[in-house]
Design a protein. Sequence first.
Length: 302
Amino acid sequence: MASIVIVDGLDLASVRVFLSVVELGSVSKAARRSGMAQPSATARLQKLERQLGVALLDRGPSGSTVTPAGVRVAAACAALLEAAESLVDRADSLRDEQRHLPLAGTRHAIEHFLPRWVAATSLDEVRLHVTDTDTLQVTQAVRSGDAELGLADGPYAPIGLRSEILATEQLVVVVGSSHRWADQSRSVTVHELNAETLVLPRRGSGTRDVVEAALAGHESGVVGEHVEVDSLACARIAAINGEGVAFVPRCRVRQDLERGLLSEVSVRGLTLTQPVRVVWRGTRPSSVAARRLLDAMRSAPA
């Protein structure tokens, strides 16, 4: 069994010099390749021989040649260097993983909330890789491990994942200036709302889930004519263009309401509250960067 003292004392640079002698057939050439003076290379080789208790080189007036024992040891020396390089490569890979934080989120959460959370976090040299998608795909990305953290909006906590509500937003019902409800003072009923063309995000959107859940509490869910759009930005434009009644977070249309491009419609008995959640797998996120970002999210004002 190998002596721990000898193993701990092995110098990888000396092993590398020895392998260069085996390859090049010369101590002086091996020294030049290693960037050291020949006496230093000779001293390293002698120390390696003493540690191993094996003569690795035959030294003569015309130079040094590898002994038969040295030839047999060379394969183990090469394997040692290969294992050491594999260890360093693995550590480099782990450091790269620690510097890389994949996050999936809805576009609204990414644009409206994430910048201030990142600004409040000490992420050092971490590269934040952000994927913008809908709530359904956010949770799927976290489940599969493609994202370490997810930012989702919708009424339901994802099954099988940990999540926390970070903020709660009010969705407002809006119409464009050409709509007959624009600037009217009276509120409308849920039945009247369902009789209009509704502008809804595609299925998988947390905003759509909020709207359908709220309407289901009054009637039978979303009924009547509706059009699907890809994003809240598209819903806003559709409402401005008079294509129907849209449901968007107040913060996204505040200026449009002030400028008269959109009008808010009051719907009797309808509450549209949209939670914004952070989602992750396991008891806590695995990387330090993800935990730091989660702490910043928790401590930031809603």
